[in-house]
Design a protein around this ligand. Structure first.
Ligand code: FES
Ligand SMILES: [Fe+2]
Length: 280
């Protein structure tokens, strides 16, 4: 699929520019990642049903979190078409409020992890006098979406970098059990996050049982740091996958699971991570 010239009836109402310390690979990955919209951007989108997706982009029915003025149906059919040759993608609203809108996003690369995007908003049916105010609404929306996207891309890049550093020569031969703290002090500090053998873990108590789980989602390395485990499960903020902390199973049906956590031992009022119980 290729991008067509923007519809003649649409008016350019404004642009949004942003420089980010992310790679083109992360940026394209983010553009193609339709599944994160109702989770990472839950203030803008409430649901998504994908119709078609591929290397070219995707088309989906998207629920909107806020019903637009006038009470139009709170969903749109959106298509994102990626044009790698021109380093851009076009987001076209095919149905629903704002149908006929096109948002053209171009990428300018300054370095391997330094780029700028410019999104141009072309919206049909906007009176010339309202152009600036409509443009400002879109720019504000994009600012919020990119605040969330940039944080996600940076976090994922850090996790990927950490993985390759671990593979490069981590010493996994921990000679002794690793003391986390006294049971009393740990109990007062829960949830307690710690690093062990190159990975980040969280200690919690669930139904009077100590549980340890990874803070890195096995799907695309989203971080669980900002979410609270509930009823023995954790839900990733990036795509909403839910995991059973005891079995590691993905309860959302995805083909991924939590890694086995290090084993805990309680000894003389202290809690330890048992040596060599993590596969890295
Ligand atoms: S990174 Fe996708 S669900 Fe966690
Ligand atoms: Fe996004």
């Amino acid at each position: 699929m290729s991008s067509e010239i923007v519809s003649a009836s649409s008016l350019w109402v404004g642009s949004y520019r942003r420089r980010m310390k992310v790679s083109l690979e992360r940026m394209y990955e983010n553009a193609l990642d339709w599944a994160h919209l109702p989770y990472l951007h839950n203030s803008a989108f409430s649901s998504i049903e994908v119709i078609e997706a591929g290397d070219w982009g995707w088309r989906a029915d998207l629920g909107l979190s806020q019903r637009p003025e006038g009470g139009a149906p709170p969903y749109i059919t959106l298509q994102l078409t990626l044009d790698r040759a021109h380093r851009r993608w076009v987001s076209s609203t095919l149905e629903g409020p704002g149908a006929g809108s096109e948002i053209w996003t171009h990428v300018f690369e300054f370095g391997s992890r330094d780029l700028e995007i410019q999104a141009d908003f072309f919206i049909p049916g906007v009176a010339e006098a309202n152009r600036a105010s409509v443009g400002a609404v879109y720019a504000e929306l994009y600012q919020g979406l990119y605040d969330e996207d940039e944080a996600m891309m940076l976090e994922r890049q850090r996790a990927l970098d950490g993985q390759s550093a671990s593979k490069g020569g981590l010493d996994v031969s921990n000679p002794e059990d690793h003391a986390l703290g006294t049971v009393q002090s740990l109990t007062s500090m829960l949830p307690f996050d710690f690093a062990y053998q190159g990975q980040h873990w969280r200690l919690i108590k669930d139904q009077e049982e100590w549980l340890v789980y990874t803070l890195t989602c096995p799907h695309l390395l989203g971080s669980f740091k900002t979410v609270t485990a509930e009823s023995g499960t954790v839900t990733c903020p990036w795509h909403g996958y839910r995991f059973n902390l005891r079995s590691g199973e993905c309860l959302s049906g995805a083909d991924c699971r939590l890694p086995n956590p290090p084993k805990l031992i309680e000894r003389n009022g202290w809690l330890y991570v048992q040596k060599n119980t993590v596969n890295v």
